[in-house]
Design a protein around this ligand. Sequence first.
Ligand SMILES: [Zn+2]
Length: 61
Amino acid sequence: MSTFSDDILKAALEIADEELRDSEYDVECPFCHKPFSAKEGLNTCPHCNEQVNLNLDIDIE
Ligand SMILES: [Zn+2]
């Protein structure tokens, strides 16, 4: 029997994992207060070129 569907599932899981890691979030720059897409970690604001650290572990109260 073919393992075609298993390969599809594995590929889908790898894509999902990849997308999770590369997810972009709409954030507001704390320096110039303009919105931009940031990934987890260190980002550079495209508007003012300040470095913005996006830490997704922060609890929003
Ligand atoms: Zn900015």
